[in-house]
Write a protein that binds this ligand. Structure first.
Ligand code: FCB
Length: 499
C-alpha cells in the first residue's frame, strides 16, 4: 500500500482568472486575459472569465468544499490587476481585502494557503508598455511581489513567483495561443529571460523581508521521448527537451542557459538580452520547486515545417497562431504512444510523473524539496440523475499518478506535497469552459458546485495519507505506461501542438 511521508501536503490548485469572475469589481483593472478573451476568435465559444466560477463571491462555499475534501493546503493565485490595477504604484485596498477574507476563511478551516503571485494575468497597462519582452516588466513584477508579500507575509508562508513561464513566454508571445496573442519569436525569448529575471528579483526582495518564508517557482515539465531511435528523432527530442524543460531548469537551478539550446537558437536569441549578473539573480537559491505534470512529449523529425495549429479547435474562427510552441523546432512533430487521452488530447502517462521527478533529482544536485503543484485531467463530466458526478476516469488518472509520486519518493525524491488541478471546473484558457478539470463540478448556468466521485477519492487519500492496496480505481490502474486511466478515456479533438 503506497503511503506518503508524515506531513505530506495534500491540496488542490486554482488560478485567479480561471475562477474569480468579478472582473470589474473592487477596483480591479483589466489584464491581458480580459483583453484576449474579449477579442473574437481567441477563445472557444467566445467564453471569457467575466463570471467564471464567481469564486470572488462564493469563496466561503469553496473553502467549505476543501474542508469536506480533507485538503490540508490550497494553492491559489493572486490577481495582479486586482491588487495593483495599473501594474505599478500602491496596492488597491479593496483587492487586498478580498484576499484577506479568503485567508481568514482558509485559516479558520485549518487549510494552509499557498500563494502563486503570477498565473498569467499581466495588468494590461504593462502589456501596453511592451509586456514581458520588456526588461522593465521584470522590475515591475518584483515590486508587485514585494508589496503583496509585505502585506501577507504573516499569514502566508509558501510563495510561488511564477506559474509555468514556458506558457507565458511561448504561448503568449510565440504561438499566440494565449494572451497577449503575439507571434514574435525574438520577443518570446526576451519574455523567457525577463520572466526568470522577475522571478529571481522577487525571491530576493521577499527573502530579504522574511527569511523564514519559503519561496519557489512552478515549472511545467515533461519527459521527452524520440518516436524512433533515428538520429533525427533523437535530436528532435533533445531540442524539445531543451525548450520545454532545460531552458527553465538550468538557469533556475544551475545559473546558466543550456549551451545546446543557445546554439540551436543562435539566430533568434537577442545578443543584448542577458546582462551581467542576471543569471546569478535567476539562480537565487530556492526553498522549493513546483512541478506541474500532465503528459509526456513524444516527438519525431519531419522533412517539412509543421503547419500552424488552431488552439480553439475545429470549427473555431481562424487564429493567427503559429507552430507547435517549440521555438526553433518547426520541423518537429508531436506524435504519441497511442495511449488513452484526456479531452485535452493529452496522452495519459502516469509513469511520466515518476520520470520527471527522478530526472530532477538525478540531474540537479542543488535541487530544493519538490511539490507537485498541478496534476489532473479533463473529461466530459455530467451530473447523473442520482445527483452525483461519476468521473471514474479522473479517479483512475489521479490514483495512477499518486502511485507514481509514491514510487518517486521510494526512489529517493524529496517530494513533500501534491496539489490536484483543479479544485473546481473553470475557465480553461483558450478552451473556455469546454474543458473540465475539477474534482468539484460547476454548473455554469446556476454556479452550483457538486463534489465529483474523484473528489471523494482525493478526500480518502488525503485522510489516509496513502492509497489502498489495489487502488480505488480497481484493476484498470497499473504501473505500466498508458494504462493509467483504463479504457474509454475520451479521445482528444485536436488541441494540436504542444498544448
Ligand atoms: C496548466 C495551467 C493551469 C491549467 C492546467 C490545465 O498549464 O497552469 O492553469 O490550465 O494547465
Amino acid at each position: 500500500m503506497p503511503a506518503f511521508p508524515p506531513g505530506f501536503l495534500w491540496g488542490s490548485a486554482t488560478a485567479a482568472y480561471q475562477i474569480e469572475g468579478a472582473v470589474a469589481e473592487g477596483g480591479r483593472g483589466p489584464s491581458i486575459w480580459d483583453t484576449f478573451s474579449h477579442t473574437p476568435g481567441r477563445v472557444q465559444n467566445g467564453d471569457t472569465g467575466d463570471v467564471a466560477d464567481d469564486h470572488y463571491h462564493r469563496y466561503r462555499d469553496d473553502v467549505a468544499s476543501m474542508r469536506e475534501l480533507n485538503l490540508g493546503a490550497y494553492r491559489f493565485s493572486i490577481s495582479w490587476p486586482r491588487v495593483q490595477p495599473a501594474g505599478t504604484g500602491s496596492l488597491n485596498p479593496e483587492g487586498v481585502d478580498f484576499y484577506d477574507r479568503l485567508l481568514d476563511e482558509l485559516h479558520g478551516a485549518g487549510i494552509t494557503p499557498w500563494v502563486t503571485l503570477y498565473h498569467w494575468d499581466l495588468p494590461q497597462p504593462l502589456e501596453d508598455a511592451g509586456g514581458w519582452p520588456e526588461r522593465d516588466t521584470a522590475l515591475r513584477f518584483a515590486d508587485y511581489a514585494a508589496a503583496v508579500h509585505e502585506r501577507f507575509a504573516d499569514r502566508v508562508a509558501d510563495w510561488t513567483t511564477l506559474n509555468e513561464p514556458w506558457c507565458s513566454a511561448f504561448l503568449g508571445y510565440f504561438t499566440g495561443h494565449h494572451a497577449p496573442g503575439r507571434t514574435e519569436p525574438a520577443a518570446s525569448l526576451r519574455a523567457v529571460h525577463h520572466l526568470l529575471l522577475g522571478h529571481g528579483l522577487a525571491v530576493q526582495a521577499m527573502r530579504t523581508a522574511r527569511s523564514d518564508n519559503r519561496f519557489g517557482i512552478t515549472l511545467n515539465l515533461y519527459p521527452v521521448d524520440p518516436a524512433t531511435d533515428s538520429d533525427a528523432d533523437r535530436d528532435a527530442a533533445r531540442r524539445v527537451d531543451g525548450i520545454s524543460n532545460r531552458l527553465f531548469t538550468d538557469p533556475v537551478l544551475r545559473g546558466a542557459y543550456p549551451d545546446d539550446v543557445l546554439a540551436d537558437l543562435a539566430m533568434l536569441w537577442p545578443a543584448d538580452l542577458v546582462q551581467d549578473g542576471d543569471l546569478d539573480v535567476i539562480a537565487t537559491p530556492l526553498d522549493q520547486l513546483g512541478v506541474n505534470y500532465y503528459s509526456r512529449h513524444v516527438v519525431r523529425a519531419t522533412d517539412t515545417a509543421v503547419p500552424p495549429s488552431d488552439p480553439a479547435g475545429p470549427g473555431s474562427p481562424a487564429v493567427p497562431a503559429r507552430g507547435n510552441g517549440w521555438i526553433g523546432c518547426d520541423d518537429v512533430e508531436k506524435t504519441g504512444y497511442g495511449y488513452p487521452q484526456t479531452t485535452m488530447g493529452w496522452e495519459i502517462d502516469a509513469p511520466g510523473l515518476h520520470d520527471v521527478l527522478t530526472r530532477l533529482h538525478r540531474d540537479y544536485p542543488s535541487l530544493p524539496p519538490l511539490y507537485v503543484t498541478e496534476n489532473g485531467a479533463s473529461f466530459d463530466d455530467v451530473v447523473s440523475p442520482d445527483g452525483a458526478v461519476h468521473d471514474a476516469q479522473r479517479t483512475a488518472y489521479l490514483d495512477a499518478h499518486f502511485r507514481q509520486a509514491a514510487r518517486a519518493i521510494a526512489d529517493g525524491v524529496d517530494l513533500r506535497g501534491y496539489f490536484v488541478w483543479s479544485l473546481l471546473d473553470n475557465f480553461e484558457w483558450a478552451w473556455g469552459y469546454q474543458r473540465r478539470f475539477g474534482i468539484v463540478h460547476v454548473d455554469y448556468d446556476t454556479l452550483r458546485r457538486t463534489i465529483k466521485d474523484s473528489g471523494y477519492f482525493v478526500a480518502r487519500v488525503a485522510a489516509a495519507n496513502g492509497l489502498s492496496g489495489d487502488g480505488d480505481a480497481g484493476d484498470s490502474v497499473g504501473d505500466g505506461p498508458g494504462d493509467g486511466a483504463g479504457d474509454g478515456a475520451a479521445g482528444g479533438d485536436g488541441a494540436g501542438g504542444a498544448r
